[in-house]
Design a protein around this ligand. Structure first.
Ligand SMILES: *[C@@H]1O[C@H](CO)[C@@H](O)[C@H](O)[C@H]1NC(C)=O
Length: 240
């Protein structure tokens, strides 16, 4: 599959984004079930079920590493800029951040009582790219943000952008750790995170790795009080 086509898989209409917060324990109680919908991959191969598609693309270790390598290779060819990480749709940055901020404010006031908190709030930005979401949003609300990104020139750009902390009247907010790893290979430090932010990157993971990540991440002291915030696209097939 060509890297360009691979990129297009993540380029679904941004206006149809869906923001959901999932409590870890709720998520894991729900049993996953096979989705019996037919479809084609970007090379035009027909599959009757999602399982069939994964068997073809990630059914053995070689294919699976190819699946992940293709994705990283694609992003390695992309500019470390807002327009680059948004696949040419840099224009949606403001609306994206505003929407996320409205959501985050509710989340923090309802779940973390931000006005009288006693401990620093810590977030993990998964698939952080150049640090767009951390810089524009997370760092203003969390005292510490860790970034996780497998594409090295993106992570370096993030490191440069976020080198200086963000100072509010009362306390310091800063990016702390920069992990050069993909989500499927990362295990969050136990008890560190209040919120794990996963935006526009979870689609890279195979279904099994997706479930496995949530399982590893929720085994933390912070959870189940801690939250996963997952921002992804939702659309119906007739739009495609
Ligand atoms: C985002 O919010 C800022 C600050 O409230 C506002 O000035 C801007 O117009 C908003 N942008 C979009 C695209 O909603």
């Amino acid at each position: 599959m060509s890297p360009e086509k691979l990129g297009l898989r993540f380029l679904l209409p941004l206006s149809l984004t869906l923001l959901t917060a999932l409590c870890a324990h709720h998520f894991l109680v729900r049993k996953t079930r096979s989705i019996d919908i037919a479809g084609r991959d970007i090379d035009g191969h027909q599959f009757n079920t999602v399982d069939e598609m994964w068997k073809e693309h990630a059914g053995d270790p070689n294919r699976k590493s190819q699946w992940y390598n293709d994705a990283v290779t694609y992003w390695e060819g992309v500019d470390a800029s807002v327009d680059g990480v948004l696949s040419g749709f840099g224009i949606v940055n403001d609306a994206d951040i505003n929407g996320s901020e409205d959501f985050l404010k509710v989340l923090l006031s309802e779940r973390f009582h931000i006005d009288n908190r006693h401990q620093p709030l810590v977030a993990l930005d998964c698939g952080s790219g150049i640090g767009r979401v951390t810089k524009n949003l997370l760092i203003r609300y969390f005292n510490e943000v860790d970034l996780l990104e497998p594409v090295s020139h993106f992570l370096e750009a993030a490191r440069e952008t976020l080198a200086t902390g963000y100072q509010t009247n009362s306390d310091l907010h800063k990016a702390v750790n920069f992990y050069s790893l993909p989500l499927q290979d990362f295990t969050p430090v136990a008890g560190r995170y209040d919120v794990i932010w996963i935006q526009w990157c979870i689609g890279h993971l195979t279904d099994n790795d997706f479930i496995s990540f949530f399982n590893r991440a929720k085994v933390q002291e912070g959870f189940p009080e801690g939250l996963f915030a997952v921002k992804m696209y939702a659309l119906t097939t007739d739009i495609l």
